[in-house]
Each structure stands twice: as C-alpha cells, then as structure tokens.
Design a protein around this ligand. Structure first.
Ligand SMILES: C[S@@+](CC[C@H](N)C(=O)[O-])C[C@H]1O[C@@H](n2cnc3c(N)ncnc32)[C@H](O)[C@@H]1O
Length: 256
C-alpha cells in the first residue's frame, strides 16, 4: 500500500488513503450480488483472493462460513486486516493468488474482486488455474472485474494505455466474452453474469458505496491533498472518457 509519493502510487491505494473503502468497479451493489450468488453457509470453506481493505471479507464473515482465508499480495493490507478482522478459522495471509499453497480440492467457494484486471492475460490464467486447483468439484468461483464493451483492438489498446497512465497499474480489462472464455478454458462453467456501470468515481456511486458522511470526509481529504487530488481527477477523467466502453461485472463460475 505504498503511497509515499501520491504521483507514483497505484490508483487504488491513493483512493484508499483518501478514505475510500470500496475499490471495485461495480461498487457495493455488485459485491452484494456476488456474495448472495455464492450462497455462503456455515459448511463452506471460503477463500478470497485480494481482500484489500476487507470490505467484502466482512460481508462474507457475516454468513459465518466454516473457514475463511484471504490472500493478498500487499503486506500492509494483510497486517491491517489481521488487526481489524478476527474470528475463529479466519486468516489473512500474505501471498500471491497465483500460488496460495492451499490444499488442492479443499475449498467450496473462492472469489476475487478488482484483482485479475490488474494482471496480464497469462497471469490472469495462472490465478484462475489456482482457484480451480483449490476448489472442490462443483465449487464456485466468483469474479468482479472491469469489462470492455463495443471495442475493437485499437480502442482496447487506447483504453489500456490510458488506464495504465492514470492508475499506474497495467490494467488489462477484457470484454465479457473474453473473460468467460478465460474461465471456461480453465475448466469452469459460467452460472451467472451480472453487469453494472463502471461508476467508481461518480458522486452518486461514491455516496452509495461509502455513505454520506464518509463521502464528505473523502471529499475533504482530496481537497486538502493537492497531489492526491491531481491523481483522482486524472483517474476520473480517464474513466469518463471511456465510460461508454467500460463496465463492471460479476461472473459466477462452477468447477466442472
Ligand atoms: C484494486 S485493489 C482491490 C481490493 C479489493 N478486492 C476490493 O475490491 O476492494 C487490488 C488488490 O489486489 C491485490 N492483489 C493484486 N494482485 C494480487 C495477487 N496476485 N495475489 C493476491 N493479491 C493481489 C492488491 O494487493 C490489492 O489489495
């Protein structure tokens, strides 16, 4: 979560530092649908890839799963999560979702939000393969990621380049069909798709995701941190520029 220099930090950590807790493209609305579709019960062993600030982890833990493991690649995030969220059979560990070292065929539900988009396609496949490896047959894998719509290769490249410049992450969103193929190629069948607009930095979505008072606080933080403000405005401008071609979606897939 390195935000020592706001001009170079990854966009999601800039937003987190400003007080934003919901860092996924489809907002709280899509997350709630993801959790509902997973139908988590007290029998389930659940793994979350990239819990980040733990927003969805808290929703999942309300369902009292048999066990929960969150694997995130950011040391500071994992430390904060271990301090903030505690429970029986609840663990947050530092590591890569591409190699969790968890036992094969041992989990009932696996999910990850706003994390595959950050990776090149071969790395996306490695992470999907890992979800497949640790899931039991019939287990569910849910993703919540950034989608592209009505794009040709030129537009896609332009969006990826603009996003990389603005969020300082080599974001590689794909069309919904491409995301589906990626999952199907690794042995999943798609059970459900939910789409939403990509309104991460639109005022209405921020209020919906964060609540009125936290939104005021975020606004105040942005106003009083000029370097962060510059970054947030750049991100917002890129999101607005490509709004027509970007969306957010949840896919629920089953291990065949
Ligand atoms: C944009 S944030 C999303 C966080 C959270 N899932 C959310 O939606 O609010 C991206 C998160 O992915 C984590 N991450 C990125 N690549 C990862 C990987 N290969 N394995 C585990 N975590 C990863 C980052 O550390 C960060 O916490």
């Amino acid at each position: 979560m390195n935000t020592d220099d706001f001009s170079k930090a990854q966009g999601h950590w800039v937003l987190a530092k400003m007080g934003k807790r919901v860092l996924r493209p489809g907002g709280k609305e899509l997350t709630e649908q993801l959790v509902a579709a997973l139908n988590i019960s007290s029998k389930d062993d659940v793994v979350e890839f990239a819990p980040g600030l733990g927003y969805t982890a808290s929703l999942t833990l309300e369902k009292k799963p048999h066990s929960y493991i969150g694997v995130d690649a950011d040391e500071e995030a994992v430390k904060m999560l271990n301090e903030k969220i505690k429970g029986t059979n609840v663990t947050f560990s530092l590591g890569s979702a591409a190699q969790t070292n968890l036992e094969a065929n041992s989990k009932d539900k696996v999910y990850g939000e706003a994390m595959l988009t950050m990776h090149a396609d071969h790395r996306k496949s490695e992470i999907i393969q890992e979800a497949h490896r640790i899931l039991k047959k019939g287990g569910l894998y849910a993703i919540h990621e950034l989608g592209l719509t009505e794009v040709n290769e030129t537009k896609k490249a332009e969006i990826q380049k603009d996003l990389a410049m603005a969020i300082k992450v080599n974001a590689r969103p794909l069309t919904q069909d491409e995301w589906k193929v990626l999952l199907e190629k690794e042995g999943f069948s798609i059970k459900k798709t939910v789409v939403n607009q990509m309104h991460l930095l639109e005022p209405k979505r921020i209020i919906n995701d964060e609540g009125f008072f936290r939104t005021l606080k975020i606004g105040f933080n942005i106003l009083t941190h000029p370097k962060a403000r510059k970054r947030v405005l750049e991100m917002r401008s890129v999101f607005s520029k490509h709004q027509k071609h970007m969306n957010a979606f949840v896919l629920i897939a089953e291990k065949k």
